[in-house]
Design a protein around this ligand. Structure first.
Ligand SMILES: NC(=O)c1ccc[n+]([C@@H]2O[C@H](COP(=O)([O-])OP(=O)(O)OC[C@H]3O[C@@H](n4cnc5c(N)ncnc54)[C@H](OP(=O)(O)O)[C@@H]3O)[C@@H](O)[C@H]2O)c1
Length: 317
């Protein structure tokens, strides 16, 4: 391993953003990274290994890691020389959509176990080493839903809000140790993520949910969500490019949104600290003016609306 190479551990590389990021970093033309691409089920490693080509065994290794399991984290770190992780990318995550009344607490807790406590577990494992070396970078794949709530995504958004609060708090202390935190906030991304959610929703019956709520979910939310993915959805490759850029920066930003076409929606919250503008607009668009919502999404897709970056994305210095 070249002496300046940084070891990057990425969780959730069996598909989507994690897989693309692992490939991009492993194929870095300047060979700046040793990528430890992890996944909970090594039975899914074939697509990554095939796409890695010659990088496999040189700048990329594939290791088992279930972010919900302490033992798995310890075993994974034992595969890394000196257990030294220079860059940790908390990417593994699961979604959950549906009316609250129809979701069990156990299901909600499992989302937090993966999305929030999974990331916390990894940070606790690598942080002592980073602090000793007074160097490190922790990247979190958050979401625009870590910035603003979205109807019927209550628990998923809460898990991303939890990440945002946790890592923003930690970022203050860690500056003292020259360790950077970056939260990358994609909008909709066309990965297996949406497919898995739709499969889950099509099987679910949502017991104890009143007919009005179920109707809003099936007849308003689901079509709007499909349209959102279709119109402004990004490819996992594009999102991975943004993350790779954040990792390659000397003074990485605390927050980075990935999708300029989604910015008008997050701007609604940033523009009004009382929160009313966003909630009222989202409510009206979904319940009163769904045609306007569709038209707006089509405009966003064609790029005819101005996409000013707000809030300003500044470097962490
Ligand atoms: N797709 C979107 O629209 C979108 C938007 C914003 C943010 N994000 C975030 O982006 C991240 C990656 O999602 P994606 O879109 O690339 O979806 P994806 O293709 O479904 O990837 C999710 C990855 O997380 C893994 N995972 C789930 N539970 C795990 C666990 N306990 N331990 C280790 N790995 C686990 C999955 O592994 P298995 O194959 O074993 O399930 C998979 O590799 C997630 O944090 C997600 O919240 C996604």
């Amino acid at each position: 391993m070249a002496s300046q190479q940084r070891t990057v551990l990425i969780s959730g590389c069996s598909s989507g953003i994690g897989l693309e990021l692992a490939l991009q970093l492993a194929h870095d033309p300047r060979q700046r990274y040793q990528v430890v691409a992890t996944m909970r089920d090594l039975g899914k490693k074939e697509p990554l290994e095939a796409a890695a080509g010659e990088a496999l065994g040189k700048t990329l290794s594939v290791v088992q890691l279930d972010v919900c399991n302490d033992e798995s984290v310890t075993d994974c770190l034992s595969h890394i020389e000196g257990g030294q992780v220079d860059v940790l990318v908390n990417n593994a995550g699961v979604g959950l959509v549906g009316p609250l009344e129809g979701l069990s607490l156990a299901t909600m807790q499992s989302v937090f176990n993966t999305n929030f406590f999974g990331a916390v577990r990894l940070v606790k494992a690598v942080l002592p080493g980073m602090k000793r070396r007074r160097q490190g970078h922790i990247v979190v794949v958050s979401s625009v839903m870590g910035l603003q709530g979205v109807m019927f995504n209550d628990v998923y958004a809460a898990s991303k809000f939890a990440l945002e609060g946790f890592f923003e708090s930690l970022a203050i202390q860690l500056r003292q140790f020259n360790i950077f935190i970056s939260m990358v906030e994609p909008g909709p991304v066309t990965t297996d993520f949406e497919g898995k959610l739709l499969a889950q929703v099509s099987k679910a019956e949502f017991p104890d949910t009143d007919p009005d709520t179920l109707g809003y979910f099936r007849d308003l939310y689901l079509p709007a969500s499909r349209e959102l993915f279709r119109s402004v959805g990004q490819s996992p490759r594009d999102v991975a490019q943004v993350i790779a850029k954040v990792i390659g920066t000397t003074r990485p930003p605390l927050r980075r949104q990935t999708n300029t076409r989604y910015l008008p929606l997050t701007a609604l919250k940033a523009m009004d600290p009382s929160g009313s503008l966003y909630v009222k607009t989202a409510h009206r668009l979904l319940f009163r003016w769904p045609h306007l919502l569709n038209l707006g999404l089509r405009c966003l897709a064609c790029g005819c609306l101005p996409t000013r970056v707000w809030p300003r994305q500044t470097e962490q210095n």
